[in-house]
Design a protein. Structure first.
Ligand SMILES: [Zn+2]
Length: 54
């Protein structure tokens, strides 16, 4: 059990009141342009699960 992969989700303003969400991991992995906060959190969890497997 390691806690190396710490995900943070950041909203990014795209204009006209629209936002996308970025998922950034403390290891440097970065996923951006997700359409909802939930999707960004899910991407983060998916990353953690994959990285934590070994
Ligand atoms: Zn990571």
């Amino acid at each position: 059990m390691t806690m190396k992969h710490q995900i943070s989700v950041e909203p990014e303003h795209r204009g006209n009141g629209r936002y996308t969400y970025n998922s950034r991991c403390s290891c440097g992995a970065y996923v951006y342009g997700l359409l909802s906060k939930g999707a960004a959190e899910a991407a983060g969890r998916d990353h953690q699960r994959k990285q934590g497997d070994r």
